[in-house]
Design a protein around this ligand. Structure first.
Ligand code: 5GP
Length: 222
């Protein structure tokens, strides 16, 4: 945990990757081990996969509802991915950030570009690459949650998705899940320590100086 006396500004941690590169597993591990970060639950028009829970994995909505949210300006970003609409509701993100909490986004490169236009200084973006095409295919097939046709489509789009790696701050090749989780954790800790993310620092340092001067340099404190 950061020094509790220093108020901080929440950051927006974006994880993107082609489907099957391990991003969801990494996100879950980070969320389970860190109390200061929440996940942004997206809206989607995609149907739930087995085991997915409405309101937890996504808000599963029909196209009309998502389009109405877009028209009302209720989404921070939105994109069409693999033939479905996906988007980030504004409310939860704004509440978390103003509370000094961090927020994790599992969104694609299009969403990352949109967030970066509005909130560049709060954004920390990480792109996860698979170690090989064969590994990506094998992960997509072994998770066995999508039909052959859907897997095929995702693999066909992976090459285009990874072409956006250079738009990200950090790149992780996910050879080993434990190591990748450790790397994302290290990025999060490093970014939390940035001076500009701790707006209460000036006040804290002035207190510290007063305390030191009073105790050790009384001439200066007089
Ligand atoms: P999936 O259908 O496998 O859950 O997600 C497909 C892709 O959509 C993933 O790359 C995921 O990161 C992306 N995605 C999920 N939610 C959002 C969102 O709210 N906005 C954007 N732009 N992409 C999203």
């Amino acid at each position: 945990m950061q020094n509790p006396e220093i108020t901080r500004r929440g950051l927006m941690l974006v994880l993107s990757s082609p489907s099957g590169a391990g991003k969801t597993t990494i996100s879950r591990r980070i969320l389970a081990s860190d109390d200061n970060i929440d996940i942004s639950v997206s809206v989607t028009t995609r149907s739930p996969r087995t085991g997915e829970v409405d309101g937890v994995d996504y808000h599963f909505l029909d196209r009309e509802t998502v389009e109405a949210m877009i028209a009302r300006g209720e989404l921070l970003e939105h994109a069409e991915v693999h033939g479905n609409h996906y988007g980030t509701p504004k409310g939860a993100v704004e509440a978390a950030l103003s509370d000094g909490r961090d927020i994790l986004f599992d969104i694609d490169w299009q969403g990352t570009q949109q967030l970066s236009e509005h909130a560049r200084s709060d954004l920390v973006s990480v792109f996860i690459l698979p170690p090989s095409g064969a590994a990506l295919e094998s992960r997509l097939r072994t998770r066995a949650q999508d039909s052959d046709e859907v897997v095929q489509r995702r693999l066909a789009e992976a090459g285009n998705e990874i072409s956006h790696y250079a738009e990200y701050d950090y790149i992780i090749v996910n050879q080993d899940i434990d190591e990748s989780v450790a790397r994302v954790t290290a990025i999060l800790e490093g970014e939390r320590s940035r001076r500009e993310r701790q707006p209460g620092l000036g006040r804290f340092v002035r207190h510290l100086q007063d305390e030191l001067d009073r105790a050790y340099a009384p001439d200066r404190s007089a």
